[in-house]
Design a protein around this ligand. Structure first.
Ligand code: TYM
Length: 330
């Protein structure tokens, strides 16, 4: 039997995980668990690159880890762990920082977006080197496949370029990874402004559907979702509001674009929004139930994360000894 290809992906414990995280990433991790040898990581060290509250960080981390299990990440088939529990991540991040040209980091659009204007003087150096920590996450595990949403593509490509550069400079140490981005759901947009992606950090009250939102809150947010005044319901890149709603429907219903357009022909936005609210609530309710069960039993989660860290550390330690050897350290 040939070994399954290794998957690695990560998610930050900053704020409530949302429907974009679920449709763009988590759901695909869950559905593909049998195809791959899986490593999934709650990346707390990425969350501290911006201002944060330590008490909230700890609570968010536990909430996110429990939600990942509730979404279907199965600890028997996937290694689920916390980044800071495996010290090799920060060690490799430093070594990679020393092999990363500044220009490569300066080109990262996420850093450019978060450091516009006077912000550059104030944001942390960690925000700038964030992609080298992310590359370390990926490269420590001989990862081939990195399933992410569209917004992380550039970072994964940097990890790929860094692996190739490192191998060229120091010998063949790293597996060169590839981003895998789904066609549908890779960029879920904000409900209040469909030109901006759905995101944890934006405060817009109606931007984001949280994975723990009640059915009532979900219905209300969809009812208020910004569309346009054209009325008919079709996919159209020039009409981001209605296209976003249809895309969310598509990810959950599995219908094709043509089937969805036919389904809503002659119907109004109100119908689409109502149906979508029901579809999303139906998908999230069982997740929320499992989440509550898990929070009532904190020791199970502790055990899952301790086992995950031990498994991850065993792989990471082997990679690090190859890296140190190649770089002339120790
Ligand atoms: P994070 O925590 O912002 O997001 C986690 C995953 O959710 C995806 N995502 C979205 N997908 C569709 N529509 C959206 N609106 C949306 N918002 C977020 C993200 O693309 C991501 O796949 N830097 C990463 C975490 C990370 C990582 C890694 C990922 C750290 N190390 C190594 C992969 C491999 C991040 O901040 O994701």
């Amino acid at each position: 039997m040939t070994a399954k290809p290794r998957v690695f992906s990560g998610i930050k414990p900053s704020g409530d995980p949302h429907l974009g995280n679920y449709l763009g990433a988590i759901r695909n991790w869950v559905n593909d668990q049998d195809r791959y040898d899986n490593f999934f990581c709650v990346v707390d060290q990425h969350a501290i690159t911006v201002a944060y509250d330590p008490v909230n960080l700890r609570a968010n981390l536990r909430q996110l880890a429990a939600l990942l299990v509730a979404c279907g990440i199965d600890p028997d088939r996937s290694c689920l762990f916390v980044q800071s529990h495996v010290a090799e991540h920060t060690e490799l991040a430093w070594l990679l920082t020393c092999t990363t040209p500044m220009g490569w980091l300066e080109r990262m659009t996420q850093f450019k977006d978060k450091s516009v204007g006077g912000q550059r003087e104030r944001v942390s150096a960690g925000l700038f080197t964030y992609p080298t920590l992310m590359a370390a996450d990926i490269l420590l595990y001989d990862t081939l496949v990195v399933p992410v949403g569209e917004d992380q593509k550039q970072h994964v490509e940097l990890a790929r370029d860094l692996a190739a550069r490192f191998n060229h400079l120091y010998g063949d140490v790293f597996t060169v990874p590839e981003p895998v981005i789904r066609e549908v759901g890779a960029r879920v947009m904000g409900l209040d402004d469909p030109t901006k992606k759905m995101s944890k950090s934006d405060e817009g009250a109606n931007r984001t559907i949280g994975l723990l939102d009640t059915p009532k809150a979900i219905q209300k947010k969809f009812a208020r979702a910004v569309t346009d005044s054209e009325g008919h319901i079709v996919f159209d890149d020039n009409r981001p509001g209605v296209t976003n709603l249809l895309t969310i429907h598509q990810t959950l219903s599995g219908l094709t674009k043509a089937e969805l357009e036919a389904r809503f022909a002659g119907r109004g936005y109100g119908d689409l929004k109502k149906e979508l609210g029901e579809l999303v609530a139906e998908a999230l309710t069982p997740i929320q139930q499992r989440y509550i069960e898990l929070t009532e039993d904190p020791r199970t989660l502790d055990q899952i994360l301790a086992d995950g860290a031990a498994r991850a550390q065993a792989v990471a330690a082997q990679t690090m000894s190859r890296v140190r050897q190649a770089m002339g350290l120790r």
